[in-house]
Write a protein that binds this ligand. Structure first.
Ligand code: HEC
Length: 324
């Protein structure tokens, strides 16, 4: 500390400003990182909203019916809950027998619709991935991850609607799903569930939902790609203008300190040295910063006035001594 105090004031100020700049840069980076995470969390919320709305759309029609195409062997209807074979259109007075290779309709319930959307998203280059999961899952593919389990516990215990975490370079977000009466038709007791559901998922997994309680979560994962370089690349004209203004401010501060503190102190010092080295009674050029300096509140002016006064008193004492 003492060696720092012994440095010229201009060096001390420059070192302090450099330290401040480093602190400001680290602070700016941390603020940027936290804004980035909260923005990513908002993206995750948007994804969850979209999944929610998509599920509601499918619920409006009690699931979605997909018609297969018996003429196209490659056509795959995927999973479904129920299947209904279509009857051939019946002409008036005609025979209503089912055509031999009639098309069939397959019902996909809302959770299945959301699952298939999730599968498509997983396979797509989209960054944000999502899945529907529950600790009472029907389909083992929907089993909760470590994060999902933590999220469901926190949501249940704290009674909150959402939970998020940064884990493994990703923002993980979970939005609660509350079981309503409609869900219990399938997720209540296995005995009460439609045969189509119990045929696929005999239980006991996936059943036992309770009305008004947490059924599961929509779980969203978005990779976090925040780096110093990426942070700087995000700077736009406004940020550079703000940084330039701050830089100008710092330069202004340094110039002010140099002109108003360092240079005046050096002049007072030069006068004091010249006065102490001069022959007694010799005339030494005085420093005058400003008219009426003795009334100035500027500390350097006060110092200058004091030094001049001291020089005068010594001079006066010397003359008095010589007169004897
Ligand atoms: C028509 C029956 C049915 C109804 C009604 C239903 N589900 Fe499901 N649910 C299923 C089936 C079948 C699956 C498994 C889908 C799959 O294979 O991914 C499932 C899956 C889920 C999953 C994913 C985890 C798992 O169990 O595999 C969640 C979460 C879920 N349902 C929540 C709900 C909620 C909440 C409601 C009410 C808003 C609801 N479900 C209503 C049949 C139903």
């Amino acid at each position: 500390m003492n060696s720092f105090k012994k440095l010229p004031l201009s060096y001390q100020f420059t070192l302090l400003l450099l330290a401040l700049a480093v602190i400001a840069a680290i602070g700016g980076y941390l603020i940027g990182a936290s804004v980035y995470v909260s923005e990513t969390r908002n993206q995750a919320r948007t994804v969850a909203d979209m999944v929610d709305n998509f599920g509601q759309w499918a619920t409006r029609y009690r699931g979605v019916w997909v018609k297969d195409d018996p003429r196209d062997p490659k056509f795959d209807v995927g999973s479904f809950l129920e299947r209904e074979v279509a009857t051939a259109p019946v002409a008036l007075g005609g025979d209503s027998t089912t055509a031999p290779n009639a098309a069939a309709f397959h019902r996909k319930n809302p959770a299945l619709v959301q699952r298939e959307l999730s599968d498509i998203t997983m396979a797509s280059p989209a960054k944000a991935k999502f899945r529907m999961t529950s600790d009472h899952f029907m389909n083992p593919n929907n089993a909760p991850s470590e994060f999902d389990k933590v999220a469901m516990r926190v949501i249940r215990d704290a009674g909150v609607t959402e939970y998020s975490e940064v884990r493994g370079g990703q923002l993980l977000y979970a939005r609660r799903l509350i079981a309503d009466k409609g869900c219990l038709k399938c997720h209540g007791a296995p005995a009460a569930a439609p045969a189509a559901v119990t045929a696929l998922y005999p239980g006991p997994q996936g059943y036992g939902y309770e009305e008004g309680k947490l059924a599961g979560v929509i779980s969203v994962a978005i990779p976090l790609e925040f780096s110093v370089l990426g942070f700087i690349q995000r700077f736009d004209g406004q940020v550079w203008a703000a940084l330039a203004a701050m830089g100008l401010g710092v330069i202004g501060l340094l110039v002010f300190i140099h002109q108003q503190v360092i240079v005046p102190v050096r002049r007072v010092r030069a006068f004091a040295l010249a006065a102490s080295n001069s022959e007694p009674g010799a005339k030494v050029e005085k420093v005058d910063f400003i008219e009426g300096e003795h009334t100035s509140a500027n500390e350097i002016h006060e110092l200058n006035t004091a030094v001049k006064a001291m020089h005068m008193s010594i001079d006066y004492l010397y003359r008095k001594m010589m007169k004897r």
